[in-house]
Design a protein around this ligand. Structure first.
Ligand SMILES: Cc1cc2nc3c(=O)[nH]c(=O)nc-3n(C[C@H](O)[C@H](O)[C@H](O)COP(=O)(O)O)c2cc1C
Length: 198
């Protein structure tokens, strides 16, 4: 699959089933994804993989933290069981001269690369955030170190052939591009005083 096809046919898949990549295949794909732009090559991220009953521990923890029991708790647990592989993405910013926002951008580039590689190999995925990312209990469960932050989970598996969603038609985003020549025509070469301070 060429890159343009991969980018334009990938969709976030909400319904995922077996198979999901095994640990070795995940590791292989991550090696590829880690070629994403990363200022300083800091690798400011790590993954925790949850499969089978491990997912129930996560779901149980969320349900308990939300103070739910019975059916409500089961609904929360079921949400975490929606994919055979739940890969928790931990942001682990490093000390030094690279600003944290750049490290977050690097982690995001890596995650998207992984999503594309999974898609090109026939797997589906969806990046989920929500309550999970705000939960202190989940942070404890995943042994987040001080300064680390959970960016959510990448739920991975195989999309059911009947639920695979067609890509939306690509939008015309040309309105988001401006040529600098056009700005100059509007007097942009007269640099405002504040711009010099950047
Ligand atoms: C940072 C981030 C967080 C997201 N969190 C959720 C989420 O919590 N639940 C969800 O259903 N989708 C989530 N998504 C997926 C988006 O909803 C999805 O990418 C968007 O609807 C566009 O669909 P597409 O990926 O199929 O193009 C998230 C995406 C990103 C980039």
């Amino acid at each position: 699959m060429d890159v343009m096809t991969a980018v334009t046919t990938r969709r976030s898949e909400h319904t995922l089933q077996d198979p999901a990549p095994g640990d070795e295949e995940f590791s292989y794909l991550l090696r590829g994804a880690s070629a994403a732009p990363d200022h300083g090559r800091l690798r400011p991220w790590r993954w925790v993989l949850l499969r089978d009953e491990d997912r129930d521990v996560l779901g149980g923890c969320l349900a308990e933290e939300a103070g739910t029991v019975g059916e409500q708790a089961e609904r929360i647990r079921a949400k975490v069981r929606r994919a055979p592989l739940v890969a928790a993405l931990v942001f682990a910013p490093r000390e030094g001269k690279i600003p944290e926002w750049e490290q977050l951008a690097a982690a995001t580039c890596m995650n998207y690369s992984l999503m594309l590689l999974l898609h090109a190999r026939g797997y589906g995925s969806i990046w989920r955030t929500g309550a999970l990312t705000r939960s202190t209990a989940i942070g404890g469960l995943l042994r987040l170190a001080p300064g680390e932050r959970l960016l959510g989970t990448l739920d991975i598996g195989t999309a059911d052939a009947h639920t695979v969603r067609n890509r939306r038609p690509l939008e015309d985003v040309s309105g988001l591009i401006t040529s600098f020549g056009e700005l100059r025509g509007r007097g942009a070469d007269k640099v405002p005083a504040a711009a010099g301070a950047v």
